[in-house]
Ligand binder design. Structure first.
Ligand code: HEC
Ligand code: HEC
Length: 294
């Protein structure tokens, strides 16, 4: 186009194209765009020269700076492990109350323990450790083996009825199946045991007397004269409202007829000391939250 045409209104040069009297202005690419294009191209060139960029047949252009992301990842992993080793060591060795008093360590516990519990314990004890039929709640006040730090740590280490050499043993005998008590005797002792947690039941004093005698003869050695349980034997309190297998007639009859041997895995070989300690602290936190009604 040799002839320069200008739009009379804007004074802009036109492209010379015209559609039905409308001419197209020959607007320039704005400077900002040119600037952007030039800068990004220069940036790309510099980057190609300085950084690893172009794949070649067996290798790649390494760049003048010699940056290698694999090295960076390795350095960071080493640093993270060192840091983890540091706090994990402290959790494994400090007294639990000292850990509780240390906000930094507790931040690690709060981050790690819920996942540990979810992966290893929740399948049996429930997502919030509330328990279920056959699996005790870990957040109520009723304990088979004791709920203080030492007792819980030991239960976690050795398990219950587990193959661990130091395992805790919980043996509720099969009084019916093994012929130690008649069915009717079991019914009488069930009736008696139920009055301990639910006193308001009308039952003949004779029958209660029979049940009480049977209990004293057969059960009190493990559950205690007052039926409040003996933690050294893992024998539960039968006077509270907490039941592992159920406090109704049928469940209790089955417990006494067939016996019960709950099985809890030992975690000594599957978890580090630090992990078992974090779980113990976590269970305490859950228990407290439960008591505060959250
Ligand atoms: C295979 C199922 C199972 C898994 C998994 C399991 N438990 Fe248990 N746990 C039990 C049973 C069953 C008992 C009760 C044993 C009994 O009745 O004597 C128990 C008992 C306990 C006790 C003792 C409670 C008391 O009253 O003294 C604690 C503490 C405990 N578990 C914590 C844990 C933690 C923490 C984990 C995860 C690391 C875990 N359990 C994983 C089945 C399991
Ligand atoms: C050798 C000790 C021992 C004797 C004797 C014994 N128990 Fe037990 N009992 C246990 C243990 C241990 C458990 C917990 C079992 C478990 O959870 O694995 C238990 C559990 C129970 C439970 C289940 C509680 C729940 O929370 O569901 C009832 C009920 C019970 N016993 C009643 C009796 C009665 C009644 C007798 C007498 C006829 C008796 N026991 C005799 C050790 C004993």
């Amino acid at each position: 186009m040799s002839v320069e045409e200008r739009d009379p209104l804007t004074e802009h040069q036109t492209t010379g194209h015209e559609w039905n009297g409308i001419t197209e202005l020959n607007t320039r690419v704005p400077r900002a765009v040119w600037f952007f294009i030039i800068v990004t191209h220069i940036w790309a060139l510099v980057y190609w020269v300085m950084m690893p960029a172009w794949p070649l047949v067996n290798t790649y252009t390494e760049g003048l700076l010699g940056v290698d992301q694999q090295d960076q990842v390795e350095t960071r992993i080493t640093a993270a492990n060192a840091e983890r080793g540091d706090w994990a060591d402290r959790i494994a060795t400090l007294a639990l109350d000292d850990i509780r008093a240390d906000p930094q360590l507790m931040a690690h516990v709060d981050r790690t323990a819920p996942a540990l519990f979810g992966d290893n314990c929740a399948a049996c004890h429930g997502t919030l450790a509330q328990g279920g039929p056959g699996y005790p709640s870990l957040v109520d006040a009723a304990w088979l083996w004791g709920g203080d730090d030492e007792a819980v740590l030991e239960t976690l280490r050795v398990g219950i009825n587990s193959p661990h050499p130091d395992s805790r043993y919980a043996q509720m005998m099969a009084f019916g199946r093994d012929g130690m008590l008649e069915r009717d005797q079991i019914r009488a002792v069930v009736d008696y045991v139920q009055t301990l947690s639910r006193p308001a039941q009308d039952m003949s004093p004779e029958r209660l007397g029979v049940g009480a005698t049977l209990f004293a003869d057969n059960c009190s050695s493990c559950h205690g004269d007052d039926a409040a349980g003996i933690q050294d034997l893992g024998a539960p309190d039968l006077t509270d409202a907490h039941w592992i297998y159920g406090g109704d007639d049928a469940a209790m009859f089955k417990t006494i007829y067939d016996g019960r041997q709950g099985w809890m895995p030992a975690w000594e070989d599957r978890m580090t000391e630090a992990e078992r300690r974090m779980l113990t602290i976590y269970l305490g936190t859950l228990r407290q939250e439960g008591q505060n009604g959250n």
